[in-house]
Design a protein. Structure first.
Length: 288
């Protein structure tokens, strides 16, 4: 068993205001994504220019926060929401859902796409490779805040979280998620997107691998006490929500490579050439 490196979840205080590591991790994720998108905006296949990246990041941040909180309330806290609808706005009490945040970002990209006249999937393909930065940082924030810990285990690296009233040694599942959904997913997507890809391909790969990683790590994560398992006595809410992502990822990846999609690098085909006559009009071959 490894000793949990207990860290004060409050990074610093300014008067009565307490700044938690969890919030700082989100800030680091957003700034990291902004930095990489700013660099990628100079590529010829980028759907936005450098100046538009700032607005794009703002829309993404709004989608993450609004969608993440709303998704958590709907997917994991419906009872609390029905008992007190204002609880939805108690963000300082914690509670964010990745699946809700992803839906929020989709809506945000649709709105921003309308504003700048860009296809929303081109924008999603553009931001997908940097999303794992925020995911990884968020899971590190969960680890520091002793949230979403793993199931009881006797593996050598199991930890006892001081906030756990049962005092059991558990999987540090937050670190598993930070590794797979953060580092590994980032490397897969960033390396894949270094070359121009058909529309839907990068987003499809993101959905596929995130769903697989999340589904797998959920076997080591303790289900929410008020939810337990949803299906078959072993499938958690996170796994259930990840299944549609895996299916959607496969469908998008299939569509991307089934045939060239509009706006993709592989879809541009030269126009049929014609031989102009002296008058500048195309000569027509007479039928004999």
């Amino acid at each position: 068993m490894i000793q949990y490196p207990e860290i004060d979840p409050v990074a610093f205080s300014v008067g009565p205001l307490q700044v938690h590591w969890y919030g700082l991790m989100y800030l680091v994720g957003i700034l990291g994504g902004w930095f990489l998108l700013a660099r990628r905006s100079y590529r010829a296949d980028a759907p936005v220019d450098r100046k538009q990246v700032d607005d794009l990041i703002f829309y993404v941040a709004c989608g993450v926060i609004i969608g993440g909180r709303t998704g958590y309330a709907l997917f994991y806290g419906m009872d609390q929401l029905l008992a007190n609808p204002l609880w939805l706005f108690y963000i300082w009490q914690g509670g964010m859902s990745f699946h809700g945040g992803f839906l929020g970002v989709m809506v945000a990209m649709w709105l921003y796409g309308r504003k700048v006249d860009r296809h929303p999937m081109d924008l999603l393909d553009f931001i997908a490779p940097v999303v794992p930065i925020g995911l990884g940082m968020g899971r590190l924030g969960n680890f520091i805040g002793q949230e979403l810990w793993g199931r009881a285990s006797d593996v050598p690296w199991a930890m006892v979280f001081p906030k756990d009233p049962s005092g059991l040694a558990r999987h540090p599942s937050q670190l598993y998620q930070a590794f797979f959904e953060g580092l590994v997913l980032f490397l897969i997507l960033y390396l894949f997107s270094m070359k121009p890809r058909p529309r839907y391909a990068v987003s499809g790969l993101f959905l596929l691998f995130y769903g697989i990683f999340r589904f797998g790590v959920e076997f080591f994560r303790q289900p929410d006490a008020h939810l337990g398992f949803d299906l078959f006595g072993w499938m958690s809410r996170g796994q259930l929500l990840s299944l549609p992502m895996i299916v959607a990822g496969c469908i998008l990846f299939y569509i991307a490579y089934r045939q060239p999609s509009p706006g993709s690098a592989s879809s541009a085909s030269p126009a049929p050439k014609s031989t102009p006559g002296k008058s500048g009009k195309t000569r027509k071959r007479k039928k004999k």
